[in-house]
Structure formats: C-alpha cells, structure tokens
Design a protein around this ligand. Structure first.
Ligand code: CA
Ligand code: CA
Length: 587
C-alpha cells in the first residue's frame, strides 16, 4: 500500500501537480462554467455555446495567437479533436489514438500517451479521434482497435483498459466518450463492415460493463452481467437473418438531456448499403424499415432501455446513416426541443419528452431522394432515386446507376453544429454535393467491407461545396449562409459575444457575426481544419483553441471532390488564441 502511494506520488511529482478532481456536478454545470471545458459539446446538451462575451463583435479583430502545439511525428492525418480544459491543463487527442496533456498557459507538454495499435485495424474513415472525456482523476478515450482506456489525468498512466468489441470484425472507436452519473457511455464504429451498433455504459472507476444496448432489432441487451431485454421485435422490420449483421453504428457518441434524464444516440446506416437485400416488402406500415438503423434513440441511462426512437430514413439506401448529433435546447416560446441535422439533408426538430416529430426542413439545396416529409416526419420517397436492384439487371451484377443528392458523406457529416442561446438559431456546417450510386450483390464476410454499392461523389456547384447556414429552428428559415470552396468538415461554436467560430479545409479559422454571417476575423493555421473549437476564460482573459490538421473522410472517399482538394497539406497542431486584457476594450 505504502509502496503504491509512493509510486503514485512520485509519478504526480514527475508530471507536476495533482489537479482537482472532476465531479458529476462539474460536468452538469459545464456550459455555464466559463473557466473550463469539461465535456464534448461544451455541455452535455451539445449546444457548443459559451456564455462568455469578453470577446465580442467589436474586439474580435484583436484576437491573437497565445501558443501553438505540434502533435509531432510522422503520424499526422485528420485532427478532429475537441480539446478539454481543466485546472490549468488542456487535454487533446490526436490521430492514431494519441492523447496529450498540455500546460494551458504556456503550451508546454505535460505528458503524452500513444496507444499501441495492432496491425489490421479497420477504421473506415481515417485514423481520427474526436476527443476525450474527464471525470474523477481520469481521462477517458477510445482507440481505433475498439478499446476504451482510462488514464490518470495527472500522469498519463493507464488506470484501466477495456475492449469494446473485435477490431478484426471491423469495430473501431473514434467519438469522445460521454460521462453521466459515474458511467462512461460509448458507442461504436464500423457500419461499413456489417457490425452491430450498440451503446455501452461502464463503471468509470473500474471499467466494468454495467449495461449494453444493441440498436438493431433482435439483439439482446445486457444489464449487470445478465441478459436484459431484446431490442425491438425480432423480424418486425428486418427480413430473415439480415439483422445479425445489420449495422447501425453509433459512431458519433451521444448527448445527455438532464431535463428528461435521457441519453440520445444516433444509429447509422443499416448494412449492407444495398437496400434491396433488406427489403421485407416495404409498404409504409413499417415492414422493411430496418429499425433502429438510421434513427435517433432515447435511452434510460440507468438501465440501457430504449425510451423512444425516431427514424429519419426508413429502409435507408444511400448511406445517410442517421447518426448525427442531437442537440437539446429550449426554443423562443420556452418549449423543450431537440434539433438534429441529418446526413439525408433534412433538419429535424423533435419533442424532448418522447422524441416525437415537430417539424423538418431541408438544410441543403437539391435533395433528390425524397420530395419532403409527411406529418410524422417520414420521408416521402422518390422511389426512382433509389439505386436500382442488381437482380433486375441483365447481368445481375450492377443495378441502375442514379444521381442522388446529397452524397453519402451527407448534407452534413460528423462535424457538429452549434446553437446560440443569444439568437435562438442553429449554425449548421453543411455541404452541397451529390453522387452517382449503384447497387451490387454482396454477402457478409467478417472483416470485409459490406456495402453492395459503388459510388462517385461530385460537387453540385462550381463555386462552393461547403456552406455554413444560420437556421431558425422555429420557422426553418435560413437566415444567412457563408459559402466555402472546399467541403466544411469542422465543428462550430457560438458565443454570447455574438460570434460563430469554425474552420475550413483551406486552413482558415474564422469568426462570423451571428446575425449577418459577415466575416469579422480569420487566421491561417497552416493545414486544413477538421477539429472542434472551444473557448474559456483564465485570469480575466478569453481564450479560443482549435486543432488544425487536414484529413478525415473527404480525401479518402470524396471521389471528384477529393481530386478537387488534393492540394491541401496534412498537419497536426493545436492553436490557442487569446484576447489580451489591454486589447479587450480597444475597438
Ligand atoms: Ca465549463
Ligand atoms: Ca455509414
């Protein structure tokens, strides 16, 4: 015991100081507490809104770099992390499952942890990581070989390490874990390999599994080491045995709605992409809908039971996934709502009590696969815009090619939108692109791509692909849009100072006016931005940070768009900016 304490003490001394523990109350209060950033989404509602107004429309032009930090090595590629800031330390994750602790005043490294990744990992969409979680004395993060790791926040030493699932079957993990009431809640990635999406909760102290909820109908849940309940009703919406490799990856992680005590996760595409293989005679009564793929799911955090679901794309056939983040907010009339912008091109407003549909509007132009949504939010399909059935082709090998918009990378992909409590609007990073897509025969093989589809992404417009849109959730109106040549792939942040921060693949870190979309400030970071901005306050000065490092799914899967942006250079930096006190009052 004494030897253990001595070893821990020595390690803490070596790393510097022991920093304050993080409690559930700290996490619950994260949005309001301006001195730290403790959660993915800057609050578990994922609003990405800061109450800080020290930095504002008048003085943002005086925002200057404070320090920059290199993630180093030859391991660059996409840097999609959201930093955390706690008690003088910034925690970031990097590509290839790395974690860093940095002195937040000076930018000096305190410790670094590199996960040893096995040969043969199967990340579908770059070797990225989207951030860590902090709770107690630990930092939690997931790895590309589908593990969840707890590190001591002061030393970087491993506290525990658990397997989420089998990386050889295509499982991986890239999201920031979510901590709720002492549980570490994770999803999983691998929807392109016929994995089964699930949400899992572990004891934060020990890493022991508390519950597991598969999100595809027919699979059995788990609670305290025992089978709990089956997800859905076997074969209600899936034909035959297709549910066994049914996809529905929960790869973005979730949000936590404290007001209704609900975890909200999205479930990705049903597998395989070829929807004709999952067709149980779809007739708008639910047969062939393939629940709960392409859905948002409300889950009881203490038991893992499903409380409600809302499916955005029944019998999904374009890889629109349906996994996008769900933001809890209160609208101008004081009503509790969720908003989510789906890869399928529609922006949905849902009721927070039961997930029921309130309204939905397009947030991109040129949606081709549906003509709109009915009163329940179910899409009104344009069936001739579904990729053709290969068994109907003369050779039985390639179905009719169609051009569908948006592309499978989505009207919006993983990159999180932000809500402003100041304006009541959402700020949605979107892309205007489509694809040629066709279906092919496919059979499941462990660890092999399970698509049954081919595709080529194409820009819809000559002068832009990316567009950041300000959307009024009460009316669906687009208040303004900011166009960008390359596809947007970074998170968005709003502030009480009236600013909207985001980055571009061209490397610019930008602040816009939240009411007009006018560009008020920008800084060239040297590589493409696919990270997530944060802001906090220290010693009366406001700071802003963002990761820079081009990568992600676009260069790998972007077809003609990938060729258009192949001049962009990789990187791996954290840039931290501040508004010096002496410049805060200068206009
Ligand atoms: Ca905070
Ligand atoms: Ca997918």
């Amino acid at each position: 015991m004494n030897r253990f304490i001595t070893a821990v003490t020595a390690a803490i001394l070596a790393a510097g100081v022991a920093h304050a523990e993080v409690t559930e109350a700290d996490l619950a209060n994260d949005q309001a507490s301006a001195g730290d950033v403790l959660t993915n989404g800057m609050g578990r509602h994922l609003q990405r809104y800061s109450p800080l107004e020290t930095l504002n429309k008048d003085n943002v032009k005086n925002l200057v770099p404070a320090w920059a930090f290199s993630m180093g090595g030859e391991k660059q590629r996409g840097q999609e992390t959201q930093p955390l800031v706690h008690d003088g330390v910034m925690y970031i994750t990097g590509s290839y499952s790395r974690v860093y602790a940095i002195d937040v005043m000076t930018g000096k490294e305190l410790w670094q942890y590199d996960a040893r990744l096995p040969e043969g990992i199967l990340p579908c969409c770059d070797v990225i990581n989207r951030g860590a979680a902090i709770y107690g004395d630990n930092i939690y993060f997931g790895t590309l070989d589908a593990r969840i790791v707890a590190l001591n926040k002061d030393t970087g030493d491993v506290v525990w390490r658990k397997k989420i699932d089998d990386y050889k079957a295509g499982y991986s993990y890239t999201a920031a874990p979510l901590i709720v009431n002492g549980l570490v809640v994770t999803g999983n990635s691998g929807g392109e390999f016929g994995i089964v999406g699930a949400v899992e909760a572990r004891d934060a102290e020990t890493g022991d599994l508390v519950w597991k909820r598969p999100v595809i109908e027919g699979h059995m849940g788990e609670l305290n080491g025992e089978p709990s309940t089956m997800t859905g009703t076997l074969n209600a919406t899936w034909p035959g045995d297709m549910w066994k490799t049914g996809g529905g990856a929960t790869w973005l992680g979730g949000s936590y709605d404290a007001d209704t005590d609900t975890l909200v996760f999205g479930a990705g595409n049903p597998a395989p992409w070829n929807s004709w293989l999952r067709d149980a005679g779809q007739d708008n009564t639910g047969k062939g809908d393939n629940l709960y793929a392409a859905s948002r799911i409300g889950i009881d955090p203490s038991t893992g039971e499903i409380k409600w679901h809302f499916q955005t794309t029944p019998r999904e056939g374009w890889d629109y996934d349906g996994v996008n983040e769900v933001v809890a907010y209160t609208n101008r009339a004081g009503e509790m709502r969720y908003a989510t912008a789906d890869r399928n091109g529609f922006f949905y407003v849902l009721n927070r009590e039961d997930g029921a549909f309130v309204r939905g509007v397009p947030f991109v132009k040129d949606i081709s696969w549906a003509s709109g949504l009915d009163e329940n939010g179910r899409p009104i399909f344009n069936e001739d815009n579904r990729p053709g059935d290969p068994t109907a082709a003369a050779d039985g090998k390639k179905g009719d090619v169609i051009f569908a918009s948006p592309s499978f990378l989505g009207g919006k992909n993983w990159m999180p939108m932000a809500f402003s409590q100041r304006t009541g609007n959402f700020y949605v990073p979107s892309n205007e692109w489509g694809m040629d897509i066709w279906n092919e025969p496919i059979t499941y093989k462990k660890g092999a791509a399970y698509l049954g589809a081919g595709f080529t992404i194409k820009p819809n417009y000559e002068d832009h692909i990316g567009t950041l849109k300000a959307i009024d959730p009460d009316t669906g109106e687009w208040k303004w849009e900011y166009k960008n040549d390359a596809p947007l792939w970074s998170g968005v942040m709003t502030t009480a100072g009236g600013l909207v921060f985001f980055g571009t693949p061209e490397g610019e870190f930008i602040a816009l006016d939240d009411e007009t979309g006018e560009k008020l400030w920008s800084f060239q970071t040297g590589s493409g931005i696919v990270g997530q901005p944060i802001t906090w306050e220290m010693d009366g000065e406001q700071y802003v940070a963002i990761a820079s490092g081009w990568g992600g799914a676009v260069p790998l899967w972007g077809g003609e768009v990938a060729k258009k942006v192949n001049y962009l250079n990789q990187g791996g930096m954290i840039w931290t900016f501040k508004l010096p006190k002496q410049l805060a009052s200068m206009e």
